[in-house]
Design a binder for this molecule. Sequence first.
Ligand SMILES: [Zn+2]
Length: 258
Amino acid sequence: MAKKGKYTFIDLSLSIENSAMEGWPPKITRWDHREGARTHGKGIGINPDEFPDGMCQAWEEITLITHAGTHVDAPWHFFPTSEGKPSKTIDVCPLEWFYGPGVVLDLTHRKAGELITDEDIKKALEKINYRISPGDIVLIMTGADKFAYDVNYTNSHPGIGREATLYLVDQGVKLIGTDGYGYDKPFKVMGEEYKKGIKNALWPGHYAGREREYCHIESMANLDKIPVPFGFTVCAFPILIDKASAGWCRAVAIIEEE
Ligand SMILES: [Zn+2]
């Protein structure tokens, strides 16, 4: 949490790191300042010792999927089409979708592997006495971010269902966030349910994006640190990646003092 004048900033992001317990963890290779002096020195024909204290710039090289860490999924991720038109990739999603009034819905009573329904969303809204407005950014708090460094992180969240998703998107919501690893139930759970004969068990939340155009943020954190359920601003601009299905984002809640 940081403060500047009348604004308080709450970081809602997980960091990109080698120790991330993700399905496809990132790989960060680091060049320290001495390595920087060696590499830069070699490039311009100068001995590394000639740099101040033998040091020059540090940098990193990262290999990661677009769905690593806290990131925004674009409609293209869900299906080639959305609402009958070609789906938007992350680079063409309008910036205004990623900045707006935030509302946190407490769904922490839904356990890992369970489904969050439209009824759950309605009840959570009633509890805080809030009515959705178009452009609102709805953050679903499951508490699963507390397991971000647990080996079982990818299995620790409930899934957001098709009906819950459509209920919000039909009211003009373009961005829904979750602090679970994924927007839908854990992969393992969906696979088991499908094999048991539940035909719509596979990624029902993601597939809702075929019917209505929207984005979601996965792997958020610290939704419990936002001191109010609404009356704050969310900023979660995705990194501009050409024709990509997702973009990493630094999701932040901004609270303005009255
Ligand atoms: Zn994703």
